[in-house]
Design a protein around this ligand. Structure first.
Ligand SMILES: Nc1ncnc2c1ncn2[C@@H]1O[C@H](COP(=O)(O)OP(=O)(O)OP(=O)(O)O)[C@@H](O)[C@H]1O
Ligand SMILES: C[C@@](O)(CCO)CC(=O)[O-]
Ligand SMILES: [Mg+2]
Length: 328
């Protein structure tokens, strides 16, 4: 019995979220913020999940006459909150010849469910940690495709973007069938975030419904997003940050028209731009959550401006390493 610790990076979406679910290309980058899963095999066959970053939801506290306290959380909400980890274990078990019990202890540098691809990172790290704890070596390519299965199962429709980039690290242009690693210089990004009320699953579903109501119109918006992604690829590879930033602003306008931006997100975006960011957009599914700002000359100013506008903020960099065994 040995404990194994695996970490997987979070993922910022530079271009193309939502449209990627409908076959358009997207560009996403692994960042230097990680989620860690420590897996310890159990001899009793049970699966125990310790999720340190999940808030207790629907808390019910019962104090009996004798002072005894019983605490429960609302069952459905708790099951939803651990759905990615549970599904990751189910998917990993199918892969192993002799599935066994395990204790998974999860901790993360990132806000849960804000747009940093934490659902994919938790699936990637859980699958790799579970397999490694029983002596199975899965390549990060294999982990990427198993984690995509998890994202599809829980989210409904899901692209392979977050699962691929979290598993492999670096920056990639991705479609439903294909991916290619981009080579480029450093990209000084500042993340700002506000709470997100909806899940990616709900936001993807909202866009699906909008597309069903206005197929031609939403189809053209998605075509335009796809066009921005292709232009952005060239700009990134030639290190033309001014064009990258301008395309980020255009992509933000198109996301706004898909209905996934919010007033609070827009406040952070405009605050970042006023403070010197060349480009700023929401990143991930939207509905609140994170904004990324490209601010080569004004990282500190943009961070402060987004905090004054009501968000939390931190700088991020590209991490070329994907999922890795840190211990064990
Ligand atoms: N630290 C964590 N511990 C356990 N589960 C986590 C953790 N972080 C994320 N998750 C799982 O991922 C879910 C959030 O996934 P969701 O796809 O909505 O957001 P995201 O992946 O962070 O954002 P996006 O998909 O827009 O990049 C949580 O409800 C939880 O099930
Ligand atoms: C909104 C979306 O495009 C990105 C979520 O990080 C969904 C997906 O790609 O599965
Ligand atoms: Mg997600």
């Amino acid at each position: 019995m040995r404990q194994v610790v695996v970490s997987a990076p979070g993922v910022v979406k530079l271009f193309g979220e939502h449209a990627v679910v409908y076959g358009k290309p997207a560009i996403a980058m692994a960042i230097n913020k990680r989620l860690r899963v420590a897996a310890l095999p159990r001899s009793d066959g049970h699966v125990k999940i310790i999720a340190r970053d999940l808030k207790a939801m629907g808390l019910i506290i019962n104090v009996a006459g004798n002072g005894e306290i019983a605490i429960e959380t609302e069952y459905g909400m708790a099951m939803n909150a651990i759905s990615y980890v549970r599904t990751a274990i189910e998917v990993a078990k199918k892969y192993l010849r002799e599935p066994r019990g395990v204790e998974l202890d999860i901790s993360s540098d990132m806000p849960v469910g804000a747009g940093l691809g934490t659902s994919a990172a938790v699936a990637v790290a859980s699958i790799k940690a579970y397999a490694s704890a029983f002596g199975y070596h899965l390549t990060n390519d294999e982990v990427a495709s198993l984690a995509h299965e998890v994202e599809k199962t829980v989210q409904g429709a899901a692209s392979p973007m977050d699962s691929t980039v979290s598993a492999l690290g670096g920056i990639h242009i991705i479609t439903l069938q294909d991916r290619s690693r981009l080579s480029m210089g450093p990209l000084p990004l500042v993340v700002g975030y506000v709470d997100r009320e909806s899940t990616t699953k709900d936001l993807v579903n909202n866009v699906k419904e909008l597309r069903a109501r206005y197929p031609a119109l939403i189809g053209s918006i998605m075509d335009a997003i796809g066009e921005a992604v292709l232009l952005a690829r060239n700009a990134l590879e030639s290190n033309d940050l001014a064009t990258v930033a301008e395309l980020m602003n255009i992509n933000q306008g198109l996301l706004e028209s898909l209905g996934v931006s919010t007033g609070r997100i827009n406040s952070l975006i405009y605050a970042a731009r006023r403070a010197g960011a060349l480009g700023a957009k929401l990143s991930g599914a939207g509905g609140g959550g994170i904004v990324i700002a490209l601010a080569p000359e004004a990282v500190k100013e943009v961070k402060i401006a987004m905090e004054i506008a009501g968000g939390h903020s931190f700088p991020v960099e590209k991490d070329d390493e994907g999922a890795r065994v840190d211990e064990g």
